[in-house]
Design a protein around this ligand. Structure first.
Ligand code: ARG
Length: 574
C-alpha cells in the first residue's frame, strides 16, 4: 500500500466534509521529526488562506471528520494548522504480512509504455557519456514492468545518415573485409574514412552520393551497412550484459527503421500547412520557441538536397509508436542538451496529430558525469573513457577491496562479490544522484563501505542474511505478521511499509535516486533495530524472535527487490 496516498485520500475526504472545495490539496508528507508523528497533512494552511479563515480552527474542523481510528493511535492539530498523524504499530504490522510483492499490488491501470534509452551510435564505441541513459532507463523499465505496465524497450541507435555513405565508400576504396572486424577495428576505419572525407572533396561527394543510394535501398550497400550495425550491436551487448542492462539486440529500433516513413512524415506536415519552404528546405516554425534573433524557431525536416534530419526521424518515431504500437506513454532518456530538440518535436507531433492529446511524451533529461576537476570526465589525454574500460577498472578496484575485506570467502565467492560490488558501485553511484544534475565521478566514494553506496547497501543485505544463517532458519520458509513493540521496530516497520511510495514516485518521474535514498534510510533503520533488538540471543523469547526475524526477512526482501529494480544484484555473503 502507498500509505501517503491512502492518508491523502482520507484527509481529502475530511476536508470536503469540513466544507472545503472538492480537490483541495491535503499535502500529506512523511514527518520530518518523530514528535510530529509519522505523517503530516500540511494543506490546511493553504486552504484557510484562500477562504480567509483561521487555519487552526479549520484544521480542528477537518479533524472532526477525519476517521483514522483503525490506522492511527493519535491525530492532532499542531503549530499554525498542521495535522500530525501518529500511526498504530498494529496497523503498520498488518501492512507487513508476508507477501511476495512486498505489499505492492500491480497497477489497475496498466499502460503500454515505450522507453527510448541507451541509443548509442553505430561504428562508435560506447563511452561514459552513454552510461546514464542506459542504466537510468533500465531502472525505469524494470520498475514499470514490476508495477504491471507493458514496456516496449526501444534502443534508438544512430544507424543512419551521411557517415554510412562515407564508410561504405571508404570500405569499397580500401577493399576492406568488414565481416571479420571487431568494433575497435571498425572505429579505426571510421576515423580514417572521416579524414579522407574531410581532406578530399571528390571523396566527400561520392560519400554523399552513396548515402542516397543506401537510403534508396541498394542491396549491396545494405549488406555492408548491416554488417556495420551487427558488429556494433554485438560489442554493445557485451557491455549491457556486464552492466545487467536488460536490452537485447531485438530492442534495437534505430533511425534506419524509420527510413520508409520519412517522406510521408514530411508530406503530412506539408498538407497540414505546418511545413513551409525556406531557402529550399522544408521547415516547421515553432512559435513556442525563439531562435537567437527572437523569431520563431525553425525546425528543418528536409534539407534542400532532399535529405532528412534527426528531427524528422523522431517525428516519424512518435507517429509509429502512437499509431502502430498504440502506446500511452513514451519516455526518453536523453541528456539534457537535447531538451529543446525533444520539446519542439513533441509540440510538432501534437499539432500534427502524430501523438494523441492523451499520449504522454516525456523527456527525462540527465546531467553529465564530471571528473574531479569539474570538467566532463575524460582520460588524461582528453579522450572519452570507453565504457568497457571503465567497467574493467571497476572490477580491478573491487577485487582489491574484496581481497582486503572478505578474507574468509572461497575464490568463487570472492569473484561473485567482486562482480556485484564493481557493477553495483558504478551503477549505484550514478542512480543515487539527482538525475537532472551533473555529478562528480569518484572511485573512492563509490567503493566506500560507508554512506549511500552500493558496497554499503550490499553489505547491509548480507548482514540480514547472516542472522538467518546464525539462527539456522531458512529465510524463505518464514511467514507471518510481525508484532511491533520497540520504537526501533516501529521505525523499521514504517520504513518497510513505505516501499511502494518510493517505487511509485520512480515510476512516475523516473527518479531512481528517490529509491536509493529510500533504501539507504531503510538500511539505516535496520542497523538501529539490529543494535537495539537482538534476535539470536538466548534470552529472547521464541515469539519475539519469530517476530524480529519476520522484520529481518522483510528488510532483506525489500533491499533485494529494490536493488533489483535498479538493476543491481545482491550476494548473500561478503
Ligand atoms: N543517438 C542519439 C545520440 O547519440 C540519441 C538518441 C535519443 N533518442 C531519440 N529518440 N532521439 O545523441
Amino acid at each position: 500500500m502507498n500509505i501517503r496516498r491512502y492518508l491523502e485520500q482520507k484527509v481529502s475526504q475530511a476536508m470536503v466534509a469540513a466544507g472545503l472545495p472538492e480537490g483541495s490539496n491535503p499535502a500529506v508528507r512523511p514527518s520530518a521529526r518523530a514528535n510530529f508523528g509519522d505523517y503530516q497533512a500540511n494543506g490546511i494552511m493553504g486552504a484557510a488562506k484562500k477562504l480567509k479563515t483561521n487555519p487552526r480552527d479549520l484544521a480542528n474542523k477537518v479533524l472532526e471528520s477525519l476517521d483514522l481510528s483503525a490506522e492511527a493511535e493519535k491525530i492532532e492539530v499542531a503549530g499554525p494548522g498542521f495535522i500530525n498523524i501518529h500511526l498504530k504499530p498494529e496497523w503498520l504490522a498488518s501492512l507487513l504480512e508476508s507477501d511476495e510483492r512486498l505489499g505492492i499490488a500491480k497497477t489497475d491501470q496498466p499502460q503500454t509504455v515505450v522507453v527510448d534509452y541507451s541509443a548509442p551510435n553505430v561504428a562508435k564505441e560506447m563511452h561514459v557519456g552513454h552510461l546514464r541513459s542506459a542504466i537510468i532507463g533500465d531502472a525505469m523499465v524494470r520498475t514499470l514492468e514490476f508495477l504491471g505496465h507493458k514496456v516496449i524497450r526501444q534502443n534508438h541507435i544512430g544507424d543512419w545518415g551521411t557517415q554510412f555513405g562515407m564508410l561504405i565508400a571508404f570500405i569499397e576504396e580500401q577493399q576492406a573485409e568488414v565481416s571479420e572486424m571487431d568494433l575497435s577495428q571498425l572505429v579505426k576505419l571510421y576515423q580514417a574514412a572521416k579524414k579522407r572525407f574531410d581532406d578530399d572533396a571528390a571523396f566527400a561527394t561520392k560519400a554523399r552520393d552513396y548515402v542516397v543510394r543506401l537510403q534508396g535501398g541498394d542491396e549491396g550497400f545494405r549488406k555492408i551497412w548491416k554488417q556495420l550495425v551487427d558488429i556494433t550491436l554485438k560489442q554493445n551487448q557485451g557491455v549491457y550484459d556486464r552492466l545487467n542492462v536488460s536490452l537485447t539486440p531485438a530492442d534495437a529500433c534505430g533511425e534506419s527503421f524509420y527510413n520508409d516513413r520519412l517522406a510521408s512524415t514530411v508530406s503530412t506536415l506539408q498538407e497540414k500547412g505546418m511545413a513551409v519552404e525556406s531557402q529550399g528546405a522544408q521547415v516547421v516554425f515553432v512559435e513556442e520557441f525563439n531562435n537567437k534573433d527572437g523569431d520563431p524557431l525553425g525546425v528543418i525536416i528536409q534539407k534542400s538536397d532532399g535529405g532528412y534530419l534527426y528531427a524528422t526521424t523522431d517525428l516519424a518515431a512518435i507517429n509509429y509508436r502512437t499509431g502502430e504500437l498504440n502506446v500511452d506513454r513514451i519516455i526518453y532518456y536523453v541528456d539534457s542538451r537535447q531538451a529543446q530538440h525533444l520539446e519542439s518535436v513533441y509540440l510538432i507531433a501534437r499539432k500534427a496529430g502524430f501523438a494523441k492529446p492523451e499520449t504522454q511524451l516525456q523527456h527525462h533529461p540527465f546531467g553529465m558525469m564530471m571528473g574531479d576537476d569539474g570538467r566532463p570526465f575524460k582520460t588524461r589525454s582528453g579522450e572519452n573513457v570507453k565504457l568497457a574500460d571503465l567497467l574493467d577498472e571497476a572490477e580491478v578496484r573491487a577485487a582489491k577491496a574484496v581481497a582486503e575485506k572478505s578474507t574468509d570467502l572461497s575464490d568463487e565467492e570472492k569473484a561473485a562479490v567482486t562482480q556485484a560490488i564493481a557493477m553495483g558501485a558504478v551503477k549505484y553511484a550514478d542512480l543515487s544522484k539527482n538525475r537532472t544534475s551533473d555529478y562528480v565521478f569518484s572511485w573512492d566514494s563509490m567503493l566506500s563501505f560507508e554512506g549511500n553506496t552500493a558496497p554499503y547497501m550490499l553489505y547491509a543485505y548480507t548482514r540480514v542474511c547472516s542472522i538467518f544463517r546464525k539462527a539456522d532458519i531458512e529465510m524463505a520458509s518464514l511467514t507471518g505478521t510481525p508484532s511491533i513493540i520497540e520504537p526501533q521496530e516501529k521505525t523499521l516497520a514504517l520504513n518497510l511499509a513505505r516501499f511502494e511510495e518510493a517505487v511509485e514516485i520512480l515510476s512516475e518521474e523516473g527518479v531512481p535516486h528517490m529509491l536509493c535514498n529510500y533504501l539507504y534510510e531503510l538500511a539505516g533503520s535496520y542497523m538501529s533495530f539490529y543494535e537495539a533488538c537482538p534476535v539470536n540471543k538466548d534470552d529472547v523469547a521464541a515469539d519475539v524472535k519469530q517476530s524480529r526475524l519476520l522484520l529481518c526477512k522483510r528488510t532483506a526482501d525489500t533491499l533485494k527487490q529494490g536493488l533489483s529494480l535498479l538493476g543491481i544484484n545482491v550476494v548473500e555473503k561478503m
